[in-house]
Design a protein around this ligand. Structure first.
Ligand SMILES: Cc1cc2nc3c(=O)[nH]c(=O)nc-3n(C[C@H](O)[C@H](O)[C@H](O)COP(=O)(O)O)c2cc1C
Length: 198
């Protein structure tokens, strides 16, 4: 299963409706030009005062297996299971201070926007990309000497779509489960807090 378009209430752009979080990867490498395009997409994200607080630390199994394995080891066991074949892991981090050394209140917001650009570009290239909060941030920080003023936010696995029928039963069920969202009125208000849009 390499497509799972969102059953949206009204029409939205195919790129947005079509992006999803697959768990079936092939072990085929992602070529460097494609990887470069993902990072370039993120590079052009908007940010508060154009501070560009996002930082990406890339692990390419086919280029540096040892570093890849050290990053892979920080994933929680559930995430390790379905990422066994994945060729790329990308750690998403945010530089939390402004050039004046003050907290950048928009650091996480801007970094999320950059990550979304990366993931959408991956989808546009027919690559599978799956964001993960399930990794050991302390272990990752220690393993890669990440400075204290950098917030470790997520990992993204990226690869070519694989055969979902090879996943175990639990994962296969998740892979084929319908994509759902809360009704819009629960998350979009108008005029007053809690007053549903529309
Ligand atoms: C910040 C973040 C952390 C996530 N962490 C995990 C994770 O650790 N493991 C996992 O399997 N999926 C993880 N996901 C994927 C979400 O479960 C998924 O985006 C959500 O269920 C909606 O599905 P969709 O992306 O296919 O629309 C994460 C997504 C985000 C954005």
């Amino acid at each position: 299963m390499s497509a799972k378009p969102a059953p949206t209430d009204i029409d939205i752009h195919d790129l947005l409706a079509g992006r999803w979080s697959p768990r079936a990867y092939s072990n085929e490498p992602v070529d460097r030009a494609q990887l470069h395009r993902l990072l370039e997409a993120a590079r052009w994200a908007p940010s508060s005062s154009n501070l560009q607080p996002w930082r990406f630390l890339v692990f390419d199994r086919h280029r540096d297996e040892a570093a890849f394995q050290r990053a892979f080891a920080t994933l929680v066991p559930f995430n390790q299971k379905w990422n066994a074949n994945v060729p790329l892991l990308i750690c998403v981090a945010a530089s939390t201070l402004t050039p004046k050394g003050e907290p950048n209140q928009a650091a996480a917001y801007d970094t999320g926007a950059a990550a979304m650009a990366l993931v959408l570009q991956a989808h546009a290239l027919d690559l599978a990309a799956h964001q993960m909060g399930g990794f050991d941030r302390d272990a990752f920080r220690a393993a890669f000497s990440v400075p204290d003023d950098v917030q470790l936010i997520a990992m993204i696995s990226v690869g070519h779509h694989g055969d979902a029928s090879l996943l175990d039963e639990t994962l296969r069920e998740r892979e084929t489960a319908p994509r759902t969202r809360r009704p819009l009125g629960e998350t979009a208000f108008e005029g007053a807090w809690g007053k549903a849009f529309g």
